[in-house]
Design a protein around this ligand. Structure first.
Ligand SMILES: C[S@@+](CC[C@H](N)C(=O)[O-])C[C@H]1O[C@@H](n2cnc3c(N)ncnc32)[C@H](O)[C@@H]1O
Length: 302
């Protein structure tokens, strides 16, 4: 009975010619998920209990063939887009329009979600990054240092939309991990971006990605955010990279920078609540003081 259902699901996928059209990215993501979590999983479960697995093994081979074909379409698409980026073509408004064509509305970060979830925009933007092996941590983190977790892409898009960066801006991502924020912000806005990351392996990975994509205005600095140089920074992004005293120490550094010029800070996650307590910062929209919203703060003259 279950085998028949899997067979029917698979046949429906095989017959759906639109899946093989490159623009049909969202449906491919959905079908690849279905294959992973409903087809392969169920076949594996059935295989364990079966004495006559021939039919199931054939079904598994068919599902694997479909998966390979669908993945090949995305691989070709992203290879081409990465080459376009390398040549300096696929940037700013044209990149945003292209992403909207593939992923649809949502690629503008217009609505906040009730949790830190990832969506098809993340799947798509991941594809723009070079296919390099993910690094492992090489250093033990101090207790107040938060582990690596990437900012959802819709929040990065919302940041770009709200920040309206100009060529005079330099955006810092404090605790930049594998480099998604500086790279995507630069690609979408053209502004100079810098990532400060304490973990050398993450910093090396992010630098390699920026070099491979030919993005000279993206820089990664391997440093502790408590001691980095922020003298050229105008906009700072924090996806809760550290907590407690460490966060306060970094904010004190930024407060000192704000004595000489006004700066803007964008936050996501629990650190937003901490920034909302700082008397030298004003929140642009107090309704955004929420764990799952992008909040914007401006330094006030003291
Ligand atoms: C929640 S992740 C954010 C990653 C990145 N901003 C992104 O959205 O893709 C926090 C990052 O901050 C880094 N980090 C933690 N403490 C740090 C410190 N004192 N200085 C620099 N980086 C730090 C961690 O190694 C981790 O990569």
């Amino acid at each position: 009975m279950v085998t028949r259902k899997i067979q029917a699901d698979l046949e429906a996928i095989e017959r759906n010619a639109t899946l093989y059209q490159e623009l049909n990215f969202n449906n491919r993501v959905e079908v690849l998920d279905t294959l992973e979590f409903h087809v392969f999983d169920r076949i594996t479960g059935l295989l364990q209990a079966s004495n006559f697995p021939t039919e199931l093994l054939l079904l598994q081979q068919r599902a694997e063939a479909v998966k390979r074909q669908l993945e090949a379409i995305d691989a070709t698409l992203f290879q081409r887009l990465r080459e376009d980026i390398q040549m300096g073509h696929c940037r700013g408004a044209s990149l945003l329009a292209l992403i909207n064509t593939y992923v649809g509305r949502g690629a503008g970060g217009e609505q906040a979600q009730a949790e830190i979830g990832y969506d098809n925009l993340d799947v798509f933007t991941n594809g723009l990054f070079p296919d390099l092996a993910f690094p492992s941590e090489t250093q033990e983190r101090e207790p107040e240092m938060v582990f690596y977790q990437k900012t959802p892409a819709r929040i990065i898009f919302e940041l770009v939309e709200k920040a309206q960066l100009t060529s005079a801006d330099v955006l810092y991502d404090l605790g930049s991990g594998l480099g998604h924020v500086p790279i995507l912000v630069n690609l979408l806005s053209g502004a100079a971006t810098k990532g400060v990351e304490v973990e050398p392996a993450y910093c090396a990975y992010a630098s390699a990605c920026a070099a491979e994509l030919n993005l000279p205005r993206v820089t990664f600095i391997q440093a502790d955010a408590r001691t980095a140089d922020y003298s050229d920074g105008t906009v700072f992004f924090l996806y809760t990279p550290f907590a407690g005293r460490m966060l306060q120490q970094v904010l004190d550094r930024l407060r000192a920078e704000a004595q000489g010029r006004s700066i803007r800070l964008f936050t996501y996650g629990p650190c937003t609540l901490h920034l909302a307590q700082q008397d030298w910062l004003q929140c642009v929209d107090p309704a955004a003081i929420d764990l799952y919203k992008l909040a914007e703060f401006r330094s006030v003259t003291e």
